[in-house]
Design a protein around this ligand. Structure first.
Ligand SMILES: Cc1cc2nc3c(=O)[nH]c(=O)nc-3n(C[C@H](O)[C@H](O)[C@H](O)COP(=O)(O)OP(=O)(O)OC[C@H]3O[C@@H](n4cnc5c(N)ncnc54)[C@H](O)[C@@H]3O)c2cc1C
Length: 295
């Protein structure tokens, strides 16, 4: 009788590959820009905080919104008091109050790789993007990722040839009378594009929470660093709410960071593990802590 197949003897477990933080392009000039088109500092200082304050106060006041707003704009309400109320409301997650103020950015020189990610945001945000149908590009520009810029020269050359070849073919197709809407099919993801984006503050905080996270792709992360910088320039108070989502949360909820390689906040598993340990110690000492189910 033939021997039944033996189960394979398990070898040593393969070393765990640590997921790395996407390399931050640092000060490398990527040629992208984010410019706050509206509002300017004067409008933000004069109206934005009073507007959000009015939305918050209306919920708890007998006064009419118009009177609350007038008092706030006329300086009858201490700015620090307004900011305290707004911070408390944002931290409590009462987000509708910050949907009343919007920020409009001109975004230029980003790749189509980035714009495809950006326009996935739907709630509280509007986009207009340079058309590849209506613009016949004379010299389409492209983005060169830092890793490829730093790669061994032969590889970088092949990348550049490939991109240049696509763009040359695009020009030839246009010259042969092929419409731009079809010629653009040869564009690589690296092709640069321009957009106008308007987001209310709630949406902007949400987007920044996801895109400033070290798990986000480097280019969109850099874009949100620029966006944060722009908001900061007109209002350090409002700009301070644009942060990786783990900052207000207090812990990291990204599955890809279970190994804790990103140190900004401890991973949820580590927090729950520490709590379970604390609970066990308390039980052993005859005390009990509330049970937290980490499952
Ligand atoms: C690190 C990272 C990796 C990603 N990887 C991928 C990927 O591999 N593949 C992929 O396809 N996408 C990927 N995405 C995109 C992601 O899945 C979302 O589509 C994108 O981040 C938009 O965010 P949002 O869903 O919160 O939408 P937003 O429009 O920004 O919505 C804001 C919030 O409003 C609520 N909301 C909005 N619309 C609805 C709705 N219709 N119903 C109920 N509630 C709603 C939700 O609470 C939502 O969080 C990735 C995003 C990140 C940050």
């Amino acid at each position: 009788m033939a021997e039944p197949p033996q189960p394979a003897v398990p070898g040593p477990a393969p070393a765990r590959v640590r997921s790395g933080i996407p390399r931050n392009p640092g000060r490398r000039d990527l040629g992208m820009r984010a410019t706050l088109l509206f509002p300017d500092r004067e409008i933000v200082e004069r109206f934005y905080v009073p507007l959000v304050y009015t939305a918050c106060r209306t919920c708890y006041s007998e006064l009419e919104p118009a009177e609350i707003f007038r008092r706030a704009v006329d300086g009858e309400v201490d700015v620090a008091k307004m900011q305290r109320l707004i911070s408390g409301v944002i931290e409590s997650g009462h987000g509708s109050t910050i949907e009343h103020i919007v920020f409009t950015f001109g975004i230029s020189g980003v790749s189509r790789t980035l714009s495809h990610q950006l326009v996935r945001h739907r709630a509280g945000v509007a986009f207009d993007q340079q058309s590849q149908r209506y613009v016949a590009f004379k010299g389409p520009a492209t983005m060169l990722p830092g890793t490829i810029a730093d790669a061994e020269p032969g590889l970088r050359e092949r990348y550049e040839e490939q991109v240049a070849g696509s763009l040359a073919l695009y020009g030839d197709l246009l010259a042969a009378g092929i419409p731009g809407e079809d010629a653009r099919f040869v564009f690589p993801n690296a092709t640069r594009t321009n957009l106008v984006m308007t987001a209310n503050l709630r949406a902007l905080i949400h987007m920044a929470g996801l895109r400033l996270c070290t798990m986000a792709q480097w280019e969109i992360r850099r874009l949100f660093q620029l966006i944060r910088h722009e908001v900061f320039a007109v209002s350090p108070f409002l700009g301070s709410f644009l942060a990786p989502k783990c900052v207000p949360l207090g812990y990291c909820d990204e599955m890809g960071n279970r190994d804790g390689h990103c140190p900004i906040r401890p991973h949820r598993d580590a927090v729950l593990g520490a709590w379970a340990e604390k609970s066990r110690t308390a039980n052993d000492a005859g005390r009990s802590l509330p049970v937290v189910d980490g499952g």
